[in-house]
Ligand binder design. Structure first.
Ligand SMILES: [Zn+2]
Length: 282
């Protein structure tokens, strides 16, 4: 499932091709994804100029001339396909294309989501931040407002494991299962630790660990994107080299020489896999 770095990567790729462009044609292929797409969606997009794109949590926001904003969520498996140029426009249609935009530069951008856990909403731009999907989101982890004091305050009194607390989009926006595991490993904090006890020095370690984990993944996505988008047209995401995620039994890189490591352990928390080193994460 795409988390903040993947959504950021997709957003940047879309921005490069959409900002300042006019949507010449918008085709909505079905009335609903995870929930109903607002009535008149395609008509409101057609002829509009794309002012800018941004990301909030795991959502992509696209501001249009005329005062509307699209709120896009990629869901579990959603991706964007970008095709440009006449030969590519003649390519066979792809299954599960739910929205197809064609710009005034004849760039074709399709939202592909086989499992339909994604969503498309259209809201007045002035009401973006109060929309039900965005209103309760916590701070953006890469922006200045996210610091140890703010994180400690958000975790104060929480009787859940820190792993579960960090998945709560109201505590911090954009993290999912993979990057929470990776950030906790980097901060050497056990995923089982009570959230309320992550304060002081631990919070001081966790904030930069979250930032570094996300920043590195965005950088990796940016480089893979440049290589990937031209041949296939897919503006998707990439398999990153995780430090703990999916590495059950392997030595972690914090344990000296690796030999002392009991091996990365997999447990299940809130029905989701957690990976960590029992020795280095406390
Ligand atoms: Zn270890």
């Amino acid at each position: 499932m795409p988390e903040l770095p993947e959504v950021e990567t997709v957003m940047r790729g879309l921005a490069a091709r959409l900002e300042g462009r006019v949507i010449r044609k918008a085709e909505l292929r079905r009335p609903d994804l995870r929930w109903a797409v607002p009535a008149g969606f395609a008509a409101r997009l057609t002829g509009a100029r794309v002012e800018n794109l941004r990301r909030r949590g795991k959502y992509i926001l696209m501001r249009l001339s005329g005062g509307d904003s699209v709120i896009l969520h990629l869901g579990m498996s959603g991706r964007m396909n970008i095709l440009a140029g006449a030969p590519l426009l003649a390519a066979l249609p792809v299954l599960h294309e739910h929205l197809v935009l064609t710009t005034d530069q004849d760039v074709r951008i399709a939202f592909v989501d086989p499992r339909r856990f994604g969503s498309l909403d259209l809201v007045p731009t002035a009401a973006e931040n109060t929309h039900r999907l965005l209103a309760d989101l916590g701070p953006e982890p890469l922006e200045p407002g996210f610091d140890a004091a703010a994180l400690s305050a958000a975790l104060d009194g929480r009787r859940t494991p820190i792993k579960s607390a960090l998945l709560d989009q109201g505590v911090v926006a954009g993290l999912g299962n993979i990057y929470v595991c990776e950030a906790l490993f980097r901060a050497r904090i056990s995923p089982l630790r009570l959230a309320a006890s992550v304060a002081g020095a631990r919070a001081q370690r966790l904030v930069p660990a979250i930032r570094a984990t996300l920043t590195e993944a965005i950088a990796a996505g940016g480089s893979s994107l440049r290589d990937y988008v031209q041949p296939s047209g897919e503006l998707g995401y990439f398999q990153h080299a995780w430090k703990v995620y999916g590495r059950t039994g392997q030595p972690c890189e914090h344990c000296p020489g690796g030999a002392a490591c009991p091996g990365i352990k997999r447990i299940v928390q809130s029905a989701r896999s957690t990976f960590y080193c029992t020795r280095m994460q406390r």
